[in-house]
Design a protein around this ligand. Sequence first.
Ligand SMILES: Nc1nc2c(c(=O)[nH]1)N[C@H]1C(S)=C(S)[C@@H](COP(=O)(O)OP(=O)(O)OC[C@H]3O[C@@H](n4cnc5c(=O)[nH]c(N)nc54)[C@H](O)[C@@H]3O)O[C@H]1N2
Ligand SMILES: Nc1nc2c(c(=O)[nH]1)N[C@H]1C(S)=C(S)[C@@H](COP(=O)(O)OP(=O)(O)OC[C@H]3O[C@@H](n4cnc5c(=O)[nH]c(N)nc54)[C@H](O)[C@@H]3O)O[C@H]1N2
Ligand SMILES: [Mo]
Length: 787
Amino acid sequence: MSIESRDDAPSAAATTDAVPGLLPVRPRQGGYGPLTTKKWSQKDYHHAAASWGASFSVMNVLMREREGIRGTNAMFKMNQEGRGYDCPGCAWPDDQHGLKLDICENGVKHTTWEMTPKRVDADFFARHTVSELATWTDFDLEDQGRLTQPMSYDAETDRYTLISWDDAFALIGDELRKLDSPDQASFYTSGRLSNEATFLYQLFVRELGTNNLPDCSNMCHEASGRALTASIGTGKGTADLEDWEHADALFVLGVNVASNAPRMLTTLAEAHRRGAQIVHINPLVEVGATKTIVPHEFVDMALFRSTETSTLNVQVRPGGDLALMRAVAKATLEAEAERGGVLDHAFLADHTTGFEEYRALVEATPWPDLARQSGLTEAQLREVAEVYIKADSSIISWCLGVTQHEHGVDTPREFVNLLALKGNLGRKGSGPSPVRGHSNVQGNRTCGIDHRPSDAFLDRLGAVCGFEPPRHHGLDTVATIEGMHAGTVKVFVGMGGNFVMAAPDTAYTAAGLAKTELTVQVSTKLNRSHLVHGRKALILPCLGRTERDEQKSGPQSVSVEDAMSMVHLSKGSRKPASRHLLSEPAIIAGMAKATLVDSPTPWDEFVADYDRIRDVMAGVFPGFENFNQVVRQTNGFRIAQPARERTFLTPSGRLEFSHAPLPDVIPADGDTLVLQTMRSHDQWNTTIYSNNDRYRGVKNLRELIFMNVDDMKARGLSQGDLVDITATSRDGSKRHLKSYRALAYNLPRGSAAGYMPEMNVLIGIADYSTQSDQPLMKNVQVTVTRA
Ligand SMILES: Nc1nc2c(c(=O)[nH]1)N[C@H]1C(S)=C(S)[C@@H](COP(=O)(O)OP(=O)(O)OC[C@H]3O[C@@H](n4cnc5c(=O)[nH]c(N)nc54)[C@H](O)[C@@H]3O)O[C@H]1N2
Ligand SMILES: Nc1nc2c(c(=O)[nH]1)N[C@H]1C(S)=C(S)[C@@H](COP(=O)(O)OP(=O)(O)OC[C@H]3O[C@@H](n4cnc5c(=O)[nH]c(N)nc54)[C@H](O)[C@@H]3O)O[C@H]1N2
Ligand SMILES: [Mo]
């Protein structure tokens, strides 16, 4: 369908009670793209993903950032066999053949955003009070360019003023040592931090005496980690890129491939060409689930020759994935009973436990229940099952559409159950394969960012590093916010990221931050988390991944781990945005030295030569033996994943079937819609590049809610009507967004979709999964009424 706006006014939005540091003009809530008076429009997109649209978009981005040829040069240094820097975009692995120029539009956008020639300096902060900056859009804040000098908040003038690095570290040390307990501080990580910096960060925090290490995984793939640990003993996928190249069937659930893991398009197109079955399971039919032209395939580009990226699209009900996969399991068991030769009996007998109980559970679940809970017909469910039954090898892959739900742990466990039936694990072309988000979010977990660390890890850390790590579990993201309100979290350190916008319940989170004694943000760009601050506040600017990191022993490399457990080096070569910038390892060491009294750690030596950090890490992390040597191999090394060899580090030593009851995911009353908050094509989490969402055909509009056309009719709404959205939290409290535009879109009845981070105001602090503690970002219970 195609619609045009009927007025040019920028759509007004949202109410929250005024909160310091959020757009104070009432009715806005923060999280905004550029202000515009351009007309908005929506017109369904019918072209291939990537293709020329992506190439033009890249050109525009390079021009906008005035990068031109310089930008292009930098692009070519990205991801090339460990010689350049790792793309700071998504965590999809690099092409292992090492020949193809595997870059994508969104990787380019992301990189040039960091490489901008614009600068935020002390003069900038002298010109603008924090209250004034708080009225700017989030786009305008980041668009000011790179942060250049450490800044400290001065309450008297309401401005950030210059502070020396030494004074900044001393202030942090003073505040941390003043606390009654180290548990009164919380240390957040966004998933971009290198392995080496990660190791130092958790070491600092644990030497201080706390496990308060919330991270973006708490909102992202915490559920996948917990599910895989419970089922197969290690919290990571087992399939690698080569498996993707050999699978007969690929099941892709809850990921917007073309926007959020664009390099996966290449893999899907290649799979389609060799005749693999590709099933996309998603309430929306995203463009990446139809066809693509991969930009590095020059002939196809010239001829507009697209390749399909799917063989089947199934529009599941939000949260209906467990029911769908259980239906596939049911049909698989039926096929075994009818014709035999379907199950892998040897695998089930030798490597699993709990199969008979699972079989009984599945057999006892009636088809009509599976159909109702998945929102699909029995025939559709059987069609998916037929693909699984026929395929010799299958991969099941998923992202936020699966994890940000109440049953975010049970659902990936059901995927493993299903894979186990046919021995689709630890064999070529098969396995579970979560699509991770931030470029090093998986490495952060591997290298110690975990608020619930295992004793085995703490034992090794303590033995190698010569101290006694704290044993009690720490706070995650939601618990940190609650702690700020309770007065039990007084210091917040954000190692990257944009906590106030990324977290749920924006107003509540902002009010929590405002209650703290000190907020420290280590960042590359100005964002709203600098404006929503504690009584004291620091902005500490750091080097970006594309920049040269020169230390005493010479230029340094860092390492990162992709979504398929490949660890490789990343080395920036660009001149740093400012000579005052420090690397993340240097900032962490500075904080540690100013805080810890008798630290056994040689912080200065570590910073002088990152090989020294890696030598210590080699002793702490299994699979990192000879770290310095193996990471320098072409393409790096793969961390051993025992489950891949069918060694399951579970209590039983076997793959453990789960036996979750079928969840009821249908709202109790017919008026409630299940709203999911997702990314547009033109944003990186809380960084919004524009108000467009090309693949969903939207221009100049973010304050929108996609609805099923019949749900709109039932509420007397026509295209583009202004609506108010009310969310009801689990604790009964209500939250509102006002004057959003309702747009008809192809999604199941009873569901709706809109953009994060604006919609985070709707997600109550109580709305998190009891299985994973993840906020229910894909499952907000809302009603929609005409404004
Ligand atoms: N360009 C770009 N790339 C990114 C990011 C970015 O912001 N921009 N963010 C990075 C990060 S941190 C992450 S975690 C990933 C996120 O990658 P995605 O998971 O793709 O992120 P979302 O935009 O939230 O999209 C969620 C998808 O799940 C679908 N979905 C929603 N509910 C359900 C459901 O109940 N069942 C199923 N089967 N599907 C559902 C939605 O329709 C949508 O297609 O991307 C990473 N890559
Ligand atoms: N409603 C809703 N909310 C969500 C989600 C959702 O789907 N729906 N998704 C959640 C998910 S999956 C995630 S991962 C979180 C993301 O949450 P975060 O990781 O906290 O947020 P980002 O937007 O990625 O952080 C952007 C900021 O990182 C800083 N930065 C960029 N590069 C670097 C660097 O190299 N070093 C340092 N130190 N800083 C840097 C810049 O200052 C920039 O402003 O959001 C979560 N929030
Ligand atoms: Mo994420």
